[in-house]
Design a protein. Structure first.
Ligand code: NAP
Length: 309
């Protein structure tokens, strides 16, 4: 009975220490030192090498170290019948809301324009309207989108959100489904994308969608790279349809040095760094699922594979 840890982004020793505190008897093997693959019951992974999970004959459940599991679902060798749980972790949620707030405030307070003025040595007073007149629209009202809305509401922004099923959230005008997307976009000055990557959301941030936003709207994209049609973003910025974009996720990561986003004056880039899980917090959630697994209780945050998130 052992847990396999395999991640391209997380420190195995930190996770081993935090999980060991909560589950002292748990044997953790860190990829590639797997030992006998038949010993592995559980896998705790982020972007595992394709085929790794399929090579574990006694694997019974997969726990993701990330909130989005699109890359794993994309692996044709992913064992089809095993529960796959995504990470829902207060530290990941809090850091995402912090990132969204930072960049929404940047646009609301026109810090992007002040930065341009500074580069051009131009002294220009710009006074923002009250936050209540800046309309922020959040694509995706799940764990992350709902918390981002809560944090933004605390700063007085005017909020709307869009999801697949209809929601009711205090202080948020809620829109649902493709039919209500145009109305949602028409009232959005700053668009935040917090959607999972699925067949329906691939390429959703495209020319048509940008055209439905008020002219000069800003984008904060923290979902997944393949949701954004990158050349459509460049075109919308160059035509002034969009006034600026903050992009954390890309079709190709790491973003290649020759990519036009790097040098674009209206694009701010971060290297898929919007949010992260603190093992000291995330280990509580993971340990709870491991206990549930060993006790035969239902696991938490199981991905609906048919839905894709
Ligand atoms: N950049 C980063 O560092 C980073 C970090 C973590 C996560 N992320 C991204 O953020 C995503 C969201 O995470 P989460 O934990 O908030 O996920 P979640 O709780 O599963 O919420 C997803 C939301 O998106 C909505 N949605 C899904 N497909 C839709 C569609 N076709 N049309 C309209 N709405 C749709 C869902 O609607 P329903 O509520 O109706 O189901 C739900 O409100 C992740 O999947 C990942 O891609 C990025």
């Amino acid at each position: 009975m052992a847990l396999l840890f395999a991640s391209t982004a997380d420190d195995p020793e930190l996770w081993r220490r935090e999980l060991g505190r909560r589950l002292p008897g748990l044997e953790i093997r860190v990829h590639p030192e797997i030992g006998d693959p038949a010993d592995i019951d559980l896998a705790l992974v982020w972007l595992p090498p394709p085929g790794l999970l399929a090579s574990l004959p006694n694997l019974k459940a997969i726990l993701s170290l990330g909130a989005g599991v699109d890359a794993m679902l994309d692996d044709p060798t992913l064992p089809a019948d095993l529960p796959l749980c995504r990470l829902v972790d207060p530290s990941l949620t809090a850091t995402m809301s912090e990132y969204v707030l930072l960049h929404v405030l940047k646009y609301h307070r026109m810090q992007d324009l002040f930065a341009r003025d500074q580069r051009e040595r131009r002294w220009q007073l710009r006074l923002p309207a009250p936050a209540s007149s800046t309309r922020v629209g959040i694509l995706g009202l799940g764990v992350l989108g709902t918390d981002a809305a809560r944090v933004l509401a605390g700063h007085g922004f005017s909020l709307r959100g869009w999801s697949r099923s209809q929601k009711q959230l205090d202080g948020v005008a809620c829109f649902a489904g493709p039919a209500q997307l145009p109305a949602f976009l028409a009232q959005t000055d700053i668009l935040v994308c917090l959607l999972p990557l699925t067949a329906e959301t691939t390429g959703i941030l495209d020319r048509d969608l940008f055209a439905r936003l008020p002219k000069g709207a800003r984008l904060v994209h923290v979902g997944r790279g393949a949701q954004l049609v990158e050349e459509d973003l460049l075109d919308a910025l160059d035509r002034g349809q969009l006034g600026g974009a903050t992009v954390d996720v890309f079709v190709q990561e790491p973003l290649p040095p020759e990519h036009p986003f790097w040098a674009h004056p209206a694009i701010d880039i971060t290297p898929h760094a919007a949010s992260y899980s603190d093992p000291a917090v995330g280990a509580d959630v993971i340990a709870e699922n491991i206990r549930r697994f060993f006790d035969g209780r239902p696991l938490q945050h199981v991905v609906d594979r048919a839905r894709g998130y």
